[in-house]
Design a protein around this ligand. Structure first.
Ligand code: ADP
Ligand code: SF4
Ligand code: MG
Length: 326
């Protein structure tokens, strides 16, 4: 990995709900280097969005509660700086594209107004804050995401556009800020399947071209394989495997990763029945030891008692599984 840009260490996050406390994130360790493209995969409910919302400091608290850990971005612990400074970080350094583009856009303002506001406050607008320059940059941003007739789009309201077009607008907004780190959280899940690939490809090409560090959270292992340098596999609140992309696909080691690979081509919200039987555990009373043990075909006595740490298996490949102890 190149010099780290974002490092998450031992992150613990829970949710207070009626009836108890959900222990969701259970010591997340994760890092993205400068210019690196990192994939994050795992079944629905394993804590991917919670992890990234903690980074953005947009986790709803309550019910959410960060109980332990560090999130260091460019040398600063985001959990320990004041929120105003974090807003600075968000505005300049990190942007996130969400699953649902409808929720990310304000229905009462035109696309032009929203996009130009983002341009105005982005850091590489330069000194020229004149209206013409801002409008021009907004149009260029729309052209970047292959939006037809950008002049007209500027005067449209979100509701006048299709889901695919709205998500392109969100991608344009995220890219126009010139942020160093882009987090794309299942950016095409809510779109029609016929255009999912197209929008993902567009995003992949754009970040490649602009050189942003990117975290791709996606159900598409094809996209991960094609566009990332490194992959993290997450299960029930922690990372279970991390490896260079090529290596992960040619030599998946964690029993859960092996199950995911069998569930290709598509992981779904319905679990990964063909790959691994069972479901993500209940976070009120998560399994002891390795949280994967109730579903693991290779479970051993130690797995129920102790939590497996990351074991190095060479070439920056790490696996949290007792099968790889030594
Ligand atoms: N606002 C919330 N209130 C209560 N529980 C939540 C909330 N957000 C997330 N969770 C819990 O965290 C788990 C992980 O959610 P999430 O991070 O969205 O997973 P993923 O993005 O991997 O699908 C959920 O299954 C749920 O139990
Ligand atoms: S630590 Fe044990 S239960 Fe967990 S994945 Fe490895 S073998 Fe399976
Ligand atoms: Mg999610």
């Amino acid at each position: 990995m190149s010099e780290p840009l974002l490092t998450i260490q031992n992150l613990h996050v829970g949710f207070d709900i009626y009836g108890g406390h959900l222990k969701v994130l259970d010591g997340v360790n994760f890092a993205v280097g400068k210019g690196e493209k990192v994939g994050l995969v795992g079944e629905t409910g394993c804590g991917k969005t919670t992890t990234m919302k903690s980074v953005m400091r947009i986790l709803p608290m309550p019910p959410g509660k960060i109980t332990d850990g560090e999130i260091v971005y460019k040398g600063r612990d985001l959990l320990r700086v004041n929120l105003k400074k974090v807003w600075g970080v968000k505005g300049k350094g990190i942007s996130m594209i969400f699953q649902d583009p409808t929720a990310a856009l304000n229905p009462v303002f035109t696309i032009g107004r929203q996009l130009m506001d983002v341009v105005k406050y982005s850091r590489d607008t330069g000194k020229d804050h004149s209206g013409d320059n801002i409008r021009e940059r907004a149009i260029r941003a729309l052209k970047d995401v292959a939006m037809p007739d950008p002049e007209r789009i500027l005067s449209n309201y979100p509701i006048q556009l299709s889901g695919g077009m709205r998500q392109r607008i969100c991608i344009a907004m995220a890219l126009v800020t010139g942020s160093e780190l882009l987090i794309a959280d299942e950016p095409t899940t809510s779109l029609d399947v016929t255009i999912q690939d197209q929008v993902l490809r567009l995003l992949g090409n754009l970040v490649e071209e602009k050189g942003n560090s990117t975290i791709f959270i996606t159900h598409s292992l094809g996209i991960v394989r094609e566009w990332t340098n490194r992959v993290y596999v997450m299960y029930a609140g922690s990372m279970v495997e991390a490896a260079p992309t090529k290596e992960l696909f040619s030599k998946p080691l964690h029993p859960y990763t092996q199950g995911l690979m069998k569930a290709v081509p598509k992981l779904t919200g319905e679990g990964i029945a063909e790959g691994v039987t069972g479901r993500i555990p209940n976070y009120l009373t998560p399994p002891s030891g390795c949280r994967f043990h109730p579903r693991c075909p290779h479970v051993m006595p130690i797995c129920k008692e102790k939590r497996p740490p990351f074991f190095d298996v060479g070439n920056t490949h790490q696996v949290a599984c007792f099968l790889y102890k030594e």
